[in-house]
Design a protein around this ligand. Structure first.
Ligand SMILES: [Zn+2]
Length: 456
């Protein structure tokens, strides 16, 4: 049977209508869930959890092999049965790469993202259907609207390569009517100097990047004769891609004359937590189910206790994840936030693997950063560290290293918090800065560790 040109056009028009109707359904669903109160959200999460487990058990190769059918059925009638669902680890995701977690036919996939993430460097994949992706964009837009509106010019300095975060933010910002300045991260075509010029020329009001990149951009601006607080219009910094210590946030606020907000997510899970107008961090419970578990026993811990964050997707069809152990040390705040949001608040305490034996106990990279950046009083705000038995080795930029008050402040705080001794060295600032410039995810990691030293 042949189709006439008129019929062909009618088919194409119908397809367009179907696409628009599907988009509208997603938007309605997002708006409905976003308007729920705490109680409604709890009920919605219970039924969404049962749907996710059933979908994963039926359609995801990994979970079909791992979750018995009768367990999926039990979750539908008894939410407590969910605790018997086995955990998923990053190792599982790496072993399933690339298609072992795909729960829809490949032709329904709109995006294929990848992460080498914070694990051992092995790749893991992340998939989205068109509905998953749009739902994600809408939810992020709703959350960003806590502090952004159509009048904002937003510079996005996060990776766009193979990771969804840059594009996801762009779509969400477009929905809010913001002006986007897509800076990317660590591209040779857009080095920090060019980023600073773009911030200035665009009149950017908002900068989205990791806290460490914001420190680097502040340093580059100053070197070019600009005071970020006085000469740039940025009054909001939204940090993503790494944890930021309270000292780093305070430093950014002071240096840029900006309010600093945090968000938290991963390529494989998307946005997990987002700031509120009070600069607190709320769990995105409208698309993910959160548990805090004992890292050793896997036992679920009540709100208020610190443990490992485990997440279950409630919205994504393409790649459902069940009880995925994120490797992040977190606490869920039991009290509601004064901002009025029904979403619970997250306290992020760093990565499990970042626990460093120092002095008489343990510290995390974030805590060490808090001590050092909290004491620095002049730029550049860079440092590197290493641990040598009971002592912290800290390398500071030459001027800070020569300042006895800064050294004393760091030593006293390291003693107080970690019962650790401190030794100081001079940071090779150009080499350190080169490492920051060429990394898509710059952090203050101790990557300048002198050769031969033991790894903490
Ligand atoms: Zn809040």
């Amino acid at each position: 049977m042949t189709t006439t040109p008129t019929e062909h056009r009618a088919t194409r028009t119908k397809r367009l209508h179907d696409v628009l109707a599907a988009r509208r359904r997603v938007a309605h669903r997002v708006a409905e869930v976003a308007s729920l109160d705490r109680e409604g959200l709890g009920r919605w999460a219970e039924s969404a959890l049962a749907r996710t487990v059933a979908h994963a058990q039926r359609n995801s190769p990994l979970y079909s092999a791992r979750v018995p059918e009768n367990l999926a059925k039990a979750v539908a009638t008894d939410p407590e049965a969910f605790r018997s669902v086995p955990f998923t680890t990053r190792r599982d995701l790496a072993a399933a790469y690339p298609l072992g977690l795909l729960a829809v036919p490949l032709r329904e996939v709109t995006r294929f993202d990848e992460s080498s993430g914070t694990g051992d460097g092995s790749s893991i994949a992340a998939f989205f259907t068109a509905d998953d992706w749009i739902e994600n964009n809408l939810i992020v837009a709703h959350l960003l609207s806590a502090v952004l509106d159509g009048g904002d010019v937003v510079a996005v300095a996060v990776p766009y390569e193979l990771a969804g975060v840059g594009q996801d933010l762009d779509r969400a910002l477009e929905l809010l009517g913001c002006t986007i300045v897509p800076l990317g991260a660590a591209s040779p075509d857009c080095p920090p100097e060019r980023m600073v010029r773009a911030l200035r020329r665009s009149g950017a009001t908002t900068l989205i990047c990791s806290g460490t990149r914001a420190l680097l951009l502040g340093e580059v601006a100053r070197r070019g004769g600009l005071d970020p607080a006085r000469d740039l219009a940025v009054d909001k910094i939204l940090t993503a891609g790494e944890g930021a210590s309270p000292a780093k946030k305070a430093l950014l606020a002071r240096e840029w004359g900006a309010s600093v907000y945090s968000m938290f997510g991963m390529t494989e899970t998307n946005t997990l937590a987002m700031f509120c107008p009070r600069q607190d961090l709320h769990l995105v419970e409208t698309r993910t189910y959160f548990e805090i578990v004992d890292p050793a026993t896997g036992e679920r811990l009540p709100d208020g206790q610190t443990g490992e964050l485990a997440v279950t997707t409630l919205a994504g069809r393409a790649m459902p994840l069940l009880r995925y152990r994120t490797g992040d040390t977190c606490r869920i705040e039991p009290e509601p936030c004064p901002c009025g949001s029904p979403l619970r608040r997250l306290r992020h305490r760093g990565r499990l693997g970042d626990r460093i034996a120092v002095g008489r106990g343990w510290a995390s990279q974030l805590e060490i950063e808090d001590v050092v950046l909290g004491a620095l009083t002049r730029p550049p705000y860079f440092f590197a560290f290493d641990v040598d038995g009971p002592d912290l080795d800290i390398a500071l930029p030459p001027e800070s290293a020569a300042d006895g008050r800064i050294r004393d402040a760091i030593a006293a705080e390291a003693e107080r918090r970690f019962e650790a001794g401190t030794r100081f060295g001079v940071l090779d600032v150009p080499a350190f800065e080169h490492a920051l410039r060429t990394s898509a995810k710059p952090t203050m990691r101790n990557f300048l560790r002198p050769p031969g030293r033991r790894t903490p």
